[in-house]
Every structure is written in structure tokens, then in C-alpha cells.
Design a protein around this ligand. Structure first.
Ligand code: AHM
Ligand code: MG
Length: 321
């Protein structure tokens, strides 16, 4: 039993612990390819194809998708999945009796793959609502984020870490590659109430609505009692990495609607909802600018929504506008 497994056996059900074991194994395999950066099989660079939402696919996107799919199928405890890389939901044949489904972005931050910058895997786990023993249905995946029974991400960075919640706070594990397993490093992580960082792609500034422009100006100008700036800007362009820093340091990540993408870029099911779940579990907030993300009723699989996520003080200020 790995340390992750042991921890989860006291926190959650055996089935969910098994799902995490599959994620543990798959994320080790993906980590290895990320570390090798071109030394291993030829899986760096673009693939020349597009995914269901029109994004250019990188070879590592497709590789990670197949590694996670294989591991989760094999676990026997996932009835089906919805991935950023597949147009449709996939029912895992032979697993129809399983009680859970998973939504996943197998490789988030695709533009950072080839430049050795942090990238991640984001996932959310639900109990299926369609009858057991039959193939999964779309309604199993179009559940409110609030219904997630567990969620998390793996961040492939200087070290590989898994950040997870099963509804009892947020816990951080670091991969020990020589053991192929995770070691628990931080328990019950709380996002600081006050923030220091705002993370937004400011090239889109002219597209922002007046409220968001006002908030950015507020961040740029707010001074502390000693006259120094309260906030600083940091934008990596990988949601997992930007969120991770803000989780530990306090901050806000915003991807609003812009002219070319009126609902922004971030996908509700497999990006916003898992991250929003972790945000709330750590004491922060997540909205689409007005509605609470976890209470939104999803309409379609690859739905995009404007995304605001972060610590209370900055979220309150951003929502005030
Ligand atoms: P991806 O899933 O195709 O990688 O897209 C999502 C990513 C987020 O991780 C990141 O915050 C955002 O896209 C960056 O987009 P942009 O380059 O427009 O700022
Ligand atoms: Mg993504």
C-alpha cells in the first residue's frame, strides 16, 4: 500500500482510494516523459491535430490522455470518463458496475510543454447517476461541481505534486520517483485570506469589462501602510501552476470572457469545477464573475465559462465591481 493509498483509506471509500492509485501510477508515467523533455520517445512538440474544442494538440496531450485512460479503465472502479481530448464521453466496457465517473484534463497548460514550464493534470470524480450495470450517460458528467466526491490536480514542475481533496480539506503530496509513489507533505492547506498576487493574461486588457478593468487598476495601485505595493502580477499560463502558487501564497487567477472567446477559455467540467472544489476546500472562492462555479448547472461537455478563483479578500474585491 502506498502512502497516498494508506491516507485515503482513512479519508474515503476503497473505490475512491483505488481511483487515486490509478492516478498515482499514470502521473508517474507522464512525469517521466515531462522530465526527459525529448530524451525519451518522440512525444514533444505539436501533433498537427485539434481536439474537440479546436485547440492544437501537442503529442504529450495525447500521450497523457492515453496513459490516464488506460490506468483508469484498468482500475475497474471507473465506469467512464470525459476528457478534454475526446469529443464524447467514453464508457469503460467491462466497468459498467462501477459507481464513479471522472472528468479530466489530462495535460493542462499545453503551451508550456515544450519550454519546460509547469504543466498539470486536473480531475474531478462523481458518483454516477445513471443505473449501474449500463453504459455511462451524459447526465453522469453534467452534474454540478458541488456534487464532486473528490477532485485534484497533479502538477509536473520542479517536483511533481498531487493536490487533492475528498471533501475533508486539501492535502498536498510530493512524488518520490524512486518509489513511484507520493509522500504527504502538507495537510489541511488553507489559502491565505489576503492575497499578494493577481494572475491574468493582461494582453486581453482592452477586452475586459469595466468591472475587471477597475479591479486590475485596484491591484496595480493598492499600497500597504509602508507605501509599498500590496500586489504583484504573476502569470504562468498553466492554470494548475497559477492556482497552486495562489493557493499557497494567496492570490487570484482570472480568465474572463474576451472578444475572441466570449466565455473565456477555461472549461467548466474538467478545469473550473475541480479547481473550484479545491479552492472552497481550502477556504477560498470561485465564480464566473457572478455565479458560484460549483453551483452552476452544466449545459454541455466542453462548456467554457469565465473563471475567477482565489482568496477571499481579492475575490470579494473582484466581485464588488
Ligand atoms: P489548455 O487546457 O489547452 O492547456 O488551456 C488551458 C490553459 C490554462 O492552463 C491557462 O491558464 C490558459 O490556458 C492560458 O491561456 P492563454 O495563453 O490564453 O493565457
Ligand atoms: Mg486545460
Amino acid at each position: 500500500m502506498t502512502e497516498l493509498n494508506e491516507f485515503l483509506s482513512t479519508e474515503t471509500t476503497l473505490e475512491i482510494a483505488k481511483i487515486f492509485s490509478a492516478i498515482e501510477q499514470a502521473s508517474f508515467i507522464v512525469s517521466k516523459e515531462v522530465w526527459y523533455q525529448g530524451l525519451g520517445d518522440d512525444i514533444m512538440g505539436a501533433r498537427g491535430t485539434e481536439n474537440s474544442t479546436g485547440d492544437q494538440q501537442q503529442k504529450l496531450d495525447v500521450y497523457a490522455d492515453s496513459v490516464f485512460e488506460r490506468a483508469l479503465r484498468k482500475s475497474g472502479v471507473i465506469a467512464g470518463w470525459a476528457s478534454e481530448e475526446s469529443d464524447e464521453i467514453v464508457s469503460f466496457e467491462g466497468n459498467e458496475d462501477a459507481s464513479h465517473v471522472i472528468v479530466i484534463d489530462p495535460l493542462d497548460g499545453s503551451s508550456n510543454i515544450d519550454v519546460n514550464v509547469a504543466i498539470g493534470t486536473i480531475f474531478g470524480i462523481y458518483e454516477r447517476v445513471s443505473p449501474h450495470g449500463t453504459p455511462v450517460e451524459l447526465r453522469d458528467f453534467l452534474q454540478k461541481g458541488r456534487k464532486q466526491v473528490a477532485a485534484g490536480y497533479v502538477m509536473y514542475s520542479v517536483s511533481t505534486q498531487m493536490v487533492l481533496s475528498t471533501g475533508h480539506g486539501v492535502h498536498i503530496f510530493t512524488l518520490e520517483p524512486w518509489k513511484r509513489s507520493y509522500h504527504r507533505v502538507l495537510d489541511h492547506v488553507k489559502m491565505p485570506y489576503e492575497g499578494r498576487v493577481y494572475s491574468i493574461n493582461e494582453v486581453n486588457f482592452e477586452d475586459f469589462d469595466e468591472g475587471l478593468k477597475r479591479f486590475i487598476h485596484y491591484c496595480q495601485n493598492k499600497k500597504r501602510a509602508n507605501g509599498k505595493r500590496q500586489y504583484t502580477g504573476r502569470y504562468i499560463g498553466s492554470l494548475v501552476a497559477d492556482f497552486h502558487r495562489n493557493l499557497l501564497r494567496g492570490g487570484i487567477y482570472v480568465y474572463p470572457g474576451i472578444e475572441e472567446a466570449p466565455n473565456g477559455k477555461i472549461r467548466l467540467l474538467y478545469e473550473c469545477n475541480p479547481i473550484a472544489y479545491l479552492a472552497e476546500q481550502s477556504g477560498g472562492q470561485a465564480t464566473d464573475g457572478s455565479q458560484v462555479i460549483l453551483d452552476m448547472e452544466p449545459i454541455e461537455l466542453h462548456q467554457r465559462v469565465p473563471f475567477y478563483v482565489g482568496c477571499n479578500e481579492m475575490m470579494n474585491e473582484a466581485m464588488r465591481t
